[in-house]
Each structure stands twice: as structure tokens, then as C-alpha cells.
Write a protein that binds this ligand. Structure first.
Ligand code: C2O
Ligand code: CU
Length: 507
């Protein structure tokens, strides 16, 4: 085992979880110790490494400081968008509390499961390349937290960036069980006057029915995209206008609807940092700020070469940080338009002293139709450690399919419940060559690692979640420097629940 404190299991609990996971894995994979794990998958190619040793992604050493929080997951009644809803939330609010600490500090979170009896839960720290036993995935890294029980997550925050946390059980993400997590760098190299965190969510819980009811409807309706996905192809539809699985009754930014929007107060001349987090279960957004351009500085918490745009597209699980110069006094719409459907949600940017009236709740600024960020425009920032351009040690074709007459979503033609784990050797260069054979976009998310997107530039961004559009092929490369069992799945919560997930075992 690695002696680095980040990777050693320093609690008794961690050690026993690890042992359990291994037994669980061997049972699932149907193989004994000593088997060549990779071959058990039946696909993929392994080469004897011929390249120089690989770098590892730098992770901050422990400062010894501890940031302690408590998250109580419990039934709550909230007023959202003027409607009273019964839901499940952390500490009685949506989103859950902002957890914020500096890299190298230890995040210690006591999670109290006070959900109704029989409802297990867990908390996953989305995007954080932490030590495996703290990753919050029942069946891979821990036993689920049973109702009435507590669980303490504790890990050294390894890498600065914009992240979020959410339940990793069933469809609980599509209730209120999510919140923002910001890890600040030891030294901030960007300069700005204001820092706003904006969490986007699609809301149906209690309006009426629950996410589980919504899932039953999706299954009963089979493939909502049937006509398109079958013979007629996409018709004239572009990849950025595919209708979502679910049109939600309500969309929120920081728990607020367009009618009572989040207000961002700025002064003329301010440099404003906006951190967009898409915590939605099933909604992609196009975001634009009226009267301003946005300079994208980070995706999924990782720095990119700054690129100026009017609009950006954000999939479920993705994050974007942008800088805006407040040089246009007034009251402006920060709009997040739902992709493929009518809805939108907004926040309002308000300059101090401005007496302008706010735009109408549903006003869609022109900027939404102007210069939109695309993946080929993103280049990883100089100085970040990226997977070298060697021939990969393991190259896995990943086929994404489903939605042909049934609400079933698959990876390499298997649903999660029936699939074997994907086993890859540690400290190797791994390639996932994803091919979307379906008519829906899939935001594919890998736990515990950043991957580099091959966007044709040779300098693609480091990300942990990437939108693979309908019928599109996308390749990502990553260094398997974090041992353990990691979830890899579509971040559409309904696709994930309907089978579009695998465990990836790095050992
Ligand atoms: Cu936010 Cu397994 O994911
Ligand atoms: Cu999907």
C-alpha cells in the first residue's frame, strides 16, 4: 500500500471497508485472487508499458487543520418557487450548506441519516480525487448509512476547485440532497473582488410525486425518444436541442426560482468570479449573462487557458468557473436556459446604485444565441499535470446505448446490475474511447480521477464529467493513480438508475 497519508486507510473503519470491498469485488467478478483482472472483463487491451514512468496528479499534503461540518439528511418542508413542498434535504435547506476549505485541510463531515426508516443514504464528494474509502458509493466504498445511523467522512482536500456533494443512493440527488463544496488553493493566483457560487437544479419532488414516481413514468412510457431514435434519426435536430427525458415543473439557482431570484450585488469595476455547478438530475443548461461576456477559467474545478464567450453549455455534474468584468451598470439577467425544452431559470446581476428595473422572469438575453463555449475551445492551463501522449497501457472501448423502446441505459451493452467491474492496473495510462450509440446526450463521470479530454487540440482540458452527445464519439485519457473501486456513470440520475453505470477497479 502507498505510504502517502492520502492513500493509507488511517481508520479502523477504512481498513475494514477496504477488506469488504475486495471480497465484494471478487464475488461480483466471479473470480479468485491471482486472476489477471483485466482479462476477466473480456474487452480491452493491455500492453507491457514501454513508456517512461507516469506522473501522478499532485495532491496537497495535509496541513493538519480540520474543517468540521454536520450534514443531517432529513424530511423537510420547504417553500420553493412559491410552492410548499415536502422533500429530503441537508440541514433543512436546498442546496445544502456551502462546505468550504483550503487544499491540504481535512474535511470532516458527520452525516446523520434521519430519513424515513428503510431509506439508506451516503454522501459522494463529486470530482474530488480523494482516498477511496471516503468516496461515498455504497457497494464500492462503504456500506450504505442506514436510517437512524451516522457516518463520518474525513479526508485531506487534495486539489483546489469547484465541486459539489450529493447522495449516491438511488434517485436521492433529485430530491434536495446536494450542496456546493469549494476547495480554495493555498495561494489564489487569480484576482477578483467577488466570488459567487451558483448551483443549478431541476426540481420535481413534491410537485406532486417523487423522483421514484418520475422513474416509474419513464419506464412505463418506454423510450420517449422512440420515434427519433428508431428509424428517422435526429431529423434536423442539432445535438444541443435534444429534448430532455423529463421536463421539470421548476428550475432553481441556489434554491430560488426565477420569480424570487438570487441577486448578485456588484459595484462598477468589480471583477466577479461565478462558479456554476449543475446539480440537476436530468437537465443541461445554456448559460449567458446579459450585457456581459464571460471568461471561462476552469472546468470541473481545473484551470484552462482563459477563453471569452457569450454563453456556455453545462451538463449534469459539470462545473464552470468564469470571470466577468462589471463594466456595464444596470440590472441584468443571468439566464440558464433548459436545453431542448422551454424552461429557464435566472439570477439577477445588480449594480450598486442602479435604478434600472429587473428583466422579466422569463426574459432570454440575446447572448444565449451568440458565441457559445464548445469543448474544442478549452485548453488545459500550462503547468497542470496531464496524462502524457504515450500509447495507452489500457484502451477500452466504451459503448453507450439504450432508449430503444425501453427505458434501459447500458455501458457496453450491459446494465450495471448485470455487469462485471472494469479492472485496470494502477499507475497506468488508461484510455476510454466512448461511443454514444443513443439519441440522448450522456454526461459521463469518473470518480477519483481527472481525465484529459481529447478535443483535437492535443491540450484538452482536465475534467471529471464530459457530455457525450447523441451519436458522438469522445475519447478521454487518465492516469490510474488512485487505487480503489470507483464509480463511472452517466450523471443523468435516471440513466444511472436505469443501468448506465460501472465500477472501475484500480489495483
Ligand atoms: Cu456526482 Cu457518481 O456522482
Ligand atoms: Cu445518460
Amino acid at each position: 500500500m502507498n505510504n502517502d497519508p492520502l492513500f493509507s486507510f488511517d481508520t479502523d473503519q477504512g481498513a475494514s471497508v477496504s477488506a469488504l470491498t475486495r471480497r465484494h469485488f471478487l464475488r461480483l467478478a466471479g473470480i479468485g485472487a491471482g486472476t489477471v483482472l483485466l482479462s476477466s472483463c473480456g474487452f480491452g487491451t493491455a500492453a507491457t508499458p514501454t513508456h517512461p514512468p507516469l506522473p501522478t496528479i499532485p495532491r496537497a499534503a495535509s496541513t493538519g487543520r480540520v474543517s468540521a461540518y454536520t450534514l443531517e439528511a432529513a424530511p423537510t418542508t420547504l417553500t420553493l418557487g412559491g410552492k410548499k413542498v415536502s422533500t429530503w434535504a441537508y440541514n433543512g435547506a436546498v442546496p445544502g450548506p456551502l462546505l468550504r476549505l483550503t487544499e491540504g485541510d481535512t474535511l470532516k463531515v458527520t452525516v446523520k441519516n434521519r430519513l424515513p426508516s428503510g431509506q439508506d443514504t451516503s454522501v459522494h464528494w463529486h470530482g474530488v480525487p480523494l482516498n477511496n474509502p471516503m468516496d461515498g458509493v455504497p457497494g464500492a466504498t462503504q456500506e450504505p448509512i442506514a436510517s437512524g445511523q451516522d457516518f463520518v467522512y474525513t479526508f485531506v482536500a487534495p486539489t483546489a476547485g469547484t465541486y459539489f456533494y450529493h447522495s449516491h443512493v438511488g434517485l436521492q440527488l433529485d430530491r434536495g440532497l446536494y450542496g456546493p463544496l469549494i476547495i480554495d488553493p493555498t495561494r489564489e493566483t487569480m484576482s477578483y473582488d467577488q466570488d459567487f457560487v451558483l448551483v443549478l437544479d431541476d426540481w420535481l419532488d413534491g410537485l406532486p410525486g417523487t423522483p421514484d414516481d418520475a422513474m416509474q413514468k419513464l419506464i412505463a412510457n418506454g423510450d420517449t425518444m422512440g420515434g427519433m431514435g428508431g428509424s428517422s434519426g435526429m431529423g434536423g435536430m442539432s445535438s444541443t436541442s435534444v429534448p430532455p427525458d423529463i421536463v421539470y415543473p421548476l428550475y432553481l439557482i441556489n434554491g430560488r426560482s426565477s420569480e424570487q431570484p438570487t441577486q448578485l450585488a456588484v459595484k462598477q469595476g468589480d471583477k466577479v468570479r461565478l462558479r456554476f455547478i449543475n446539480a440537476s438530475a436530468s437537465t443541461i443548461y445554456h448559460i449567458a449573462l446579459q450585457g456581459h461576456r464571460m471568461t471561462v477559467t476552469h472546468t470541473d474545478g481545473q484551470a484552462v487557458e482563459p477563453v471569452e464567450v457569450d454563453a456556455l453549455r453545462i451538463g449534469m455534474g459539470e462545473r464552470y468557473d468564469v470571470l466577468v468584468t462589471a463594466n456595464n451598470a444596470g440590472v441584468w439577467q443571468l439566464a440558464a436556459k433548459v436545453e431542448g425544452a422551454e424552461g429557464m431559470v435566472r439570477a439577477v446581476l445588480k449594480y450598486k446604485g442602479s435604478v434600472a428595473t429587473a428583466p422579466a422572469a422569463t426574459y432570454q438575453p440575446e447572448e444565449l444565441k451568440r458565441h457559445m463555449l464548445t469543448y474544442p475551445m478549452l485548453k488545459v492551463a500550462a503547468g497542470l499535470v496531464v496524462p502524457p501522449a504515450y500509447t495507452p497501457d489500457v484502451s477500452l472501448p466504451i459503448q453507450l446505448s439504450g432508449g430503444n423502446g425501453q427505458y434501459v441505459w447500458k455501458i457496453n451493452n450491459e446494465i450495471f446490475a448485470k455487469a462485471q467491474q472494469i479492472a485496470v492496473p494502477k499507475n497506468s495510462l488508461i484510455r476510454f474511447a466512448m461511443q454514444n450509440m443513443s439519441m440522448m446526450p450522456h454526461p459521463m463521470h469518473l470518480h477519483g480521477h481527472f481525465f484529459q479530454l481529447d478535443n483535437g487540440t492535443g491540450r484538452g482540458p482536465l475534467k471529471d464529467t464530459v457530455l457525450v452527445d447523441a451519436m458522438q464519439s469522445l475519447t478521454v485519457n487518465w492516469i490510474s493513480d488512485n487505487p480503489g473501486t470507483w464509480a463511472y456513470h452517466c450523471h443523468n440520475a435516471y440513466h444511472q438508475e436505469a443501468g448506465m453505470m460501472r465500477f472501475v477497479r484500480v489495483s
